[in-house]
Design a protein around this ligand. Structure first.
Ligand SMILES: [Zn+2]
Length: 420
């Protein structure tokens, strides 16, 4: 069968993989079965039950059948002297007391592999946010701490416009990049959450365009003092806009629903110009967060590959994430479209995302296409995902996630790829 040539065949690794299977056993599997030449530790992980994304069990873990991660703890041993405000949390269970990043870097470098670090989604646990840093939380349109359903139930999330949070994230990325000889960092920070229904609809029914407009103000925006201040600096009155956005939201959940009226979505937008200004403000907030982070990171490690995990691939502008705006603040992007576990019929979704990313980023931008070696995937769907990635010009692929991958899936990767 055809083999596809990639610069990198990367794979994520978790601390529990290394603890339970042994780091050499994990790396042996990834290298021998999948021809992986790049590994990265998810060194700070949001709360999530594994294997993700469904309720199956670990296929090759000799110690446990499933694992619920501790919320946003660091799997390296942080130097707390480096943090002058918010401090990272460390594990309180069987993963405590070991520097998992040091261990992975050491073993992977010996094997000649590229090594990286991913920091994922929240950076700060929901309970710590409530107890220690309540002012860092996002505030919803009603003035209450925003509790998103994207990470379990009612999870508080930090605001990207909060200066203490910005500084903390910069210190996290700078610490791992300065203290460990890693080649890349992968940024998977959640921007502004999307409307609650989004996750259910991403691969199923699409929400109608007007529903995005009426649903967004509730559950997917921040109105905290830091946001109000930053908006004011940009010439945008966020509190005034909030009044208009609340009226807009009444069409959804209130009476009457927009679909029951004679008002066209376009007319609604003309009536509520603040909606587009607000969307623009969200995008500006997220872009400036990445810009500052990249500047801080390159100051300490000019050579590091600052990589973005593009995991919101539909309607990401509602989260404040626009690829065209943020691209110059990163060196490469991982297109996170897991379709392998959803049946081959959805591989075209992967193609669409990859092609639109390529169109936006230009032909030379380094794109890594995520391949879902996940519960529900099959060797065939994995091969299909790799083929589509190659056809769309992805220079590299990145597997997610080793803990839930059967050895057959890992073998399918190895049979389909070769590295440069
Ligand atoms: Zn805010």
């Amino acid at each position: 069968m055809a083999r596809y040539r990639f610069i990198e065949v990367a794979s994520s690794v978790y601390a529990w993989d290394m603890h339970d299977e042994g780091v050499d056993s994990v790396l042996d599997n990834l290298q021998d079965l999948s021809h992986v030449n790049s590994v990265y530790l998810i060194a700070l992980m949001h709360k999530e039950r594994h294997p993700w994304p469904n309720d199956t069990f670990f296929p090759h873990n000799p110690i446990r059948r499933e694992y619920m991660t501790e919320d946003s703890v660091a799997y390296w041993q942080p130097d707390f002297n480096r943090y002058d405000g918010i401090r990272p949390a460390v594990p309180g269970n069987f993963l405590a007391g070991q520097d998992w990043l040091e261990l992975l870097v050491d073993r992977a470098k010996t094997r000649g592999l590229k090594v990286g670090v991913e920091l994922s989604h929240t950076m700060l646990g929901s309970d710590r946010l409530a107890a220690e840093y309540p002012d860092v939380r996002q505030i919803d349109i009603f003035g209450k701490p925003l509790a998103t359903t994207h990470i379990g139930e009612n999870h508080f999330v930090p605001c990207m416009n909060n200066p203490d949070f910005r500084r903390y994230v910069q210190q996290l990325f700078c610490e791992v990049s300065e203290r460990y000889p890693i080649d890349y960092v992968l940024n998977c920070i959640m921007p502004f959450p999307l409307p609650a229904k989004y996750l259910l609809t991403e691969y199923e029914e699409e929400m109608e365009p007007w529903a995005w407009i009426t649903r967004s103000p509730v559950g997917s925006g921040c109105f905290c003092p830091s946001c109000v201040k930053r908006a004011k600096e940009a010439g945008f009155d966020l509190l005034k806009a909030r009044d208009g956005l609340l009226k807009l939201a009444e069409y959804e959940g209130g009476t009457p629903a927009l679909k029951d009226t004679n008002i066209s979505p376009m007319e609604l937008l003309l009536e509520h110009r603040e909606f587009m200004d607000w969307l623009e403000f969200k995008c500006m907030s997220v872009t400036s967060f990445y810009e500052e982070l990249n500047t801080a990171l390159k100051r300490v490690r000019p050579d590091i590959d600052n990589r973005m995990n593009v995991y919101i691939t539909s309607h990401s502008e509602y989260a404040g994430f626009r690829v065209s705006k943020v691209a110059k603040h990163f060196d490469s992007m991982r297109a996170c479209v897991y379709t392998e576990n959803l049946g081959t019929g959805l591989t075209e979704k992967k193609r669409k995302v990859l092609m639109s990313l390529r169109k936006t980023l230009g032909k030379d931008y380094h794109i890594l296409s995520a391949i879902g070696v996940l519960p529900g995937s099959t060797p065939d769907s994995v091969r299909e995902g790799i083929r589509v990635s190659a056809e769309c010009g992805a220079q590299s692929i990145a597997l997610g996630h080793y803990d839930g991958a059967t050895l057959d899936m890992l073998r399918a990767v190895g049979e389909a790829v070769e590295t440069e």
